[in-house]
Structure formats: C-alpha cells, structure tokens
Ligand binder design. Structure first.
Ligand code: GAR
Length: 200
C-alpha cells in the first residue's frame, strides 16, 4: 500500500476529492498526512474531519531551503512515497524535488503550457481563449513545467466570470487528479523526456 502526502495552502477540495476516492477503495493507497504552510487552511480541518493526520508547518519568514528540508523530514517521518500538491502555493526547491524523484504531482487550473503561475483562470478569461481546462503534471524545478500526466478541456462561455469558469474547471480537476494519482500509485506511468506514457 502506497502512502500519499498532500500539501495544500487553502480550501482543499482537490485533496478531499482524492481522499473520497481512496476511502471508497477505488485507489489502492492511503493518505498518510496532509501538510499546510498556512495555519488557516480549510483543508486542514477537512482532513481532520476525515480522520486524516493534518499538520501545519508555517512557511512565513523561513528560508526556502530550510523550510523544504523541514517539509521533507515531516513527509518522510510519515513514510510518504508520493506527494500531491493540491493548491500548495509555494515553489519547491531542488532539495525537495530530489527527495521524491518523479513522485510529486501538481494540479494546475489551465491547459499548460498556457497560463502558468497565479490566477490561471483570470489569465484565460483576459486572453479571450475559447477553451481552457486543467492539467496534472509531475513537478520539476520550474513553475508548472513538468511532464504532463493528464489534461481536461473546459469551454469558456460568453457570460463567464472568474468564479463561474473556476467552478467548471474545478469539477474536472477533481476527476483528472484522482485518475492521475491512480496511475502513479499503480506504477503505470513511464517518463520519456517530456512525454509521460501510460502502461496498461
Ligand atoms: C485549484 O484550482 C488548483 O488547481 C489551484 O489552486 C486551487 C486549489 O483549490 N492551483 C494552482 O493554481 C497552482 N498553480 P483546492 O484547495 O480547493 O484544491
């Protein structure tokens, strides 16, 4: 049984979607710990409500390397094999990335490589694209640049606001993130350069 570690900074709806799929037995893994860099992250309460270990490691004022070492030590103390970033609003250092080689996943609310970084849904609306979506990818040392495991396309409608578009994208995020976690847990992905191949 693989141990997942979830890192989040806020609401935690992607974490919750993954947790429900795990608890229903459809993904053969368990969430060993949820860690937030923010004390006020609602995701921490959501984790505790599900009986999942939840820790806050405040990042404010800390040097990135030192913070990431602390984060790695916490995850390792829970025997974490796979790390899922679920709205974790920090860039990870190479120290962190090297500790979990090709075992760190992230969800981004756009069709990468379009609209990386912050406020991806607003970027898409401002640009005027007709379709956007979401991406699950492996994390490398860039910002939203790692090899792509899965994507879903979401149309942009005429009357969309950032909120309505974000809500439509979020539904797809919940679906594709759980699918990607399953593939990684089942060791069904193979990385060949930038391309991720799924084996059956
Ligand atoms: C999600 O929309 C996720 O894609 C986004 O933060 C939100 C977290 O929601 N992540 C990023 O923008 C990372 N660049 P959640 O806390 O409800 O899962």
């Amino acid at each position: 049984m693989k141990n997942l570690g979830i890192l989040l900074s806020g609401r935690g709806s992607n974490f919750e979607a993954i947790a429900h799929n795990l608890l229903s037995g459809s993904i053969p893994a368990r969430i060993a710990v949820v860690v937030s860099n923010r004390q006020d992250a609602a995701g921490l309460d959501r984790a505790r409500a599900l009986g999942i270990e939840a820790r806050c490691l405040p990042s404010k004022g800390k040097d990135r390397e030192a913070y990431d070492r602390e984060l790695v030590a916490t995850l390792q103390s829970f025997g974490v094999d796979i790390v899922c970033l679920a709205g974790f609003m920090r860039v990870l250092s190479s120290t962190f990335i090297r500790a979990f080689p090709t075992r760190i996943l992230n969800i981004h609310p756009a069709l990468l490589p379009a609209f990386p970084g912050l406020e991806a849904q607003k970027q898409a609306l401002d640009y005027g694209v007709k379709f956007t979506g979401c991406t699950v990818h492996l994390v490398d040392e860039g910002v939203d640049t790692g090899p792509i495991i899965g994507q879903a396309v979401v149309p942009v409608l005429d009357g969309d606001t950032v909120e309505s578009l974000s809500a439509r994208i979020l539904k797809e995020e919940h679906r594709i993130y759980s699918e990607a976690v399953r593939l990684v847990v089942e060791e069904r992905i193979r990385v060949e350069g930038r391309r991720v191949r799924v084996t059956s």
